[in-house]
Design a protein around this ligand. Structure first.
Ligand code: AMP
Ligand code: MG
Length: 267
């Protein structure tokens, strides 16, 4: 049976109904790599047109538990894009200055400008995820944020930013293996922090917080994609397919050239 990537807005999202190890039969690891390369080529062309058109932007929002593959996804989808018109922004713990503003302040300033593709490695959703699970603000404050996020995303989409939100869905067992692999591999240890174990202990609370964020902020203008992410090749393939399709549907066009260029010979 095939598994949907999106859910109708308004419908309650239960993550246990989505298999994180799902992969459909259309591709295998080898053919997926070819397809990803093909997508990268296509996205390079579409990104070039988007940049030339200079009217609209794309924002890819990546969320997921630790080790779900946000960095791996970025490496994959960036491949096709021009570094001049594509920016990645990782959102870490807010600085003191950031905390002295509203939670969307630091986010809004990183939204891609016209012609560009922006990628958020974590995002404003942390403000209803870690902030909720860790009780970093009072409940009534994080509860009001779902609506604020929907309005913010509406503002962006009406300003010609196409928002693509991907939740990288991994199982708790897959996370255990990936965290262990980070510990066991000296070249990966830098990625490990003891804090990751503390977060892992709160797995169930994170699932609950994610289900609310995915359900309450799954709008027509900015829907969520639930990307099965236990298999890296399938996760990368899915993310690259989603982005390619989005950019194809936007169908960016080269702007009209200046009048009267015919016959000009450069001496
Ligand atoms: P990493 O993605 O592994 O580099 O970790 C970044 C860390 O920053 C994660 O533990 C996030 O939960 C944390 N973080 C991101 N945004 C916020 C936020 N708004 N409030 C508190 N912690 C955050
Ligand atoms: Mg980390």
């Amino acid at each position: 049976m095939s598994q949907p990537l999106t859910v109708a807005p308004g419908k309650k999202i239960r993550l246990e109904e989505f298999d994180p190890a799902y992969a459909n039969d259309d591709y295998n690891k080898k053919t997926a790599a070819d397809r990803i390369r093909e997508n990268a080529k296509k996205m390079a062309e579409l990104g070039y047109r988007l940049y030339a058109e200079n009217r609209r932007a794309v924002l890819l929002v990546l969320q997921g538990m630790d080790t779900s593959g946000k960095d791996g996804t970025i490496r994959t989808v960036m491949r096709g894009l021009n570094p001049q018109s594509c920016q990645v922004h990782p959102f870490k713990q807010p600085s003191i200055e950031e905390l002295e503003h509203d939670f969307l302040w630091r986010i809004h300033r990183e939204v891609p400008r016209r012609g560009n593709v922006g990628i958020f490695n974590r995002s404003h959703y942390e403000d209803v995820l870690v902030v909720r699970v860790r009780s970093l603000v009072p409940e009534r404050e994080w509860k009001s944020r779902y609506e604020l996020i929907n309005s913010f995303e509406k503002l962006l989409t009406e300003g010609d930013v196409t928002i693509v939100k991907c939740f990288l869905h991994i199982s708790k067992e897959e996370q255990r293996e990936r965290l262990q692999a980070r510990l066991d591999n000296p070249n990966k240890r830098w990625k490990f922090s003891k804090g990751d174990l503390a977060e892992r202990k709160l797995w169930d609370q994170y699932v609950e917080a994610y289900e609310d964020a995915l359900t309450l902020c799954n709008t027509e203008h900015a829907p969520w994609h639930i990307v099965p992410s236990d298999r890296k090749w399938y996760r990368n393939l899915t993310d690259s397919e989603i982005l390619r399709k989005t950019m194809e549907e936007m169908d960016p066009r080269f702007p009209a050239a200046e009048e009267g260029l015919d016959g000009i010979v450069v001496e």
